[in-house]
Design a protein around this ligand. Structure first.
Ligand SMILES: NC(=O)c1ccc[n+]([C@@H]2O[C@H](COP(=O)([O-])OP(=O)(O)OC[C@H]3O[C@@H](n4cnc5c(N)ncnc54)[C@H](OP(=O)(O)O)[C@@H]3O)[C@@H](O)[C@H]2O)c1
Length: 237
């Protein structure tokens, strides 16, 4: 009898650059089927190069998580395709170092739309795809900067509040979807050398994505509703 291995699959948002692109590289190297989503596929040259060399295992899909119409169009394209892992990675800083006296409220609104509502829009559209899969993992790249328990900061109100909000969103989804066997967690990727993290950040995208992939691979039902560091440590809400 011929043994045909089951191909694991993943949907990744914000796959055009940074940590999202690195996830695509690493899961591709491991032979996963990848639905790589980005705002402007025509400009995602590195992602398109990976897809072109993947024998169809990596496909690139347009997705702007701010836009309900974009999420709905992707859902219509994807249909009932199960996703072992749904990785909400897309995110923005909004306003760097926003503090009392200098808040840009339009930037704050935009940051909440992308970082808090975006993952919810995506999860709402694709929760059934995750629940129908073998692994049933819903992963959201949040940030330690969204931890209320750890915060003594007086700045970055815009970004911190957007990540605190998405933490609550995902905790609620963990409660909601846990009975269907879904494991939903938030993950802090470390301070990573990307466009967002800057060149003096602590770790490379390779180390961050590699650590998070280990966390994802090791998840069990008992981990549902957690907030984890890229190295596996638990982070306070
Ligand atoms: N880097 C760090 O130190 C750090 C620390 C903590 C948490 N994080 C989180 O990690 C995640 C990835 O960050 P990164 O460092 O890789 O950032 P990055 O290099 O700035 O990349 C951000 C990615 O998100 C995409 N994106 C932004 N808005 C989007 C939207 N509305 N719809 C779809 N995609 C959108 C971008 O797409 P375009 O190319 O189209 O702009 C890009 O692919 C984010 O959620 C971030 O908050 C990062």
């Amino acid at each position: 009898m011929r043994y045909v291995p089951l191909m694991q699959n993943i949907m990744i948002t914000g796959a055009s650059r940074g940590i999202g692109l690195e996830f695509v590289r690493q899961y591709n190297a491991d032979g996963w089927r990848i639905f790589a989503c980005c705002r402007t596929p025509g400009q995602a040259s590195e992602l398109n190069d990976i897809a072109a060399r993947s024998d169809g295992r990596v496909t690139v899909h347009q997705l702007d998580v701010d836009q309900g119409s974009s999420v709905a169009a992707l859902k219509a394209e994807i249909g009932d395709q199960p996703f072992d892992v749904l990785l909400n990675n897309a995110g923005i800083m909004g306003q760097r170092n926003a503090a009392r006296g200098g808040i840009d409220y339009d930037a704050w609104r935009g940051c909440l739309v992308t970082n808090a509502m975006g993952p919810m829009r995506v999860a709402e559209a694709f929760a059934d795809n995750v629940a129908a899969s073998t692994q049933k993992k819903l992963i959201t790249i949040s940030s330690r900067m969204g931890s209320i328990g750890e915060t003594s900061a007086t700045n970055s109100i815009v970004y911190r509040s957007s990540k605190a909000a998405v933490n609550m969103v995902m905790k609620i989804l963990a409660n909601d979807l846990g009975p269907q066997g879904v494991i939903a967690i938030c993950v802090h990727p470390g301070w990573v050398r990307t466009d967002m993290g800057g060149s003096s950040a602590d770790i490379s995208p390779e180390e961050s994505a590699g650590g998070i992939r280990n966390v994802i691979a090791g998840l069990t039902a008992a981990d549902n509703g957690g907030f984890r560091n890229y190295d596996g440590g638990v982070i306070q809400w």
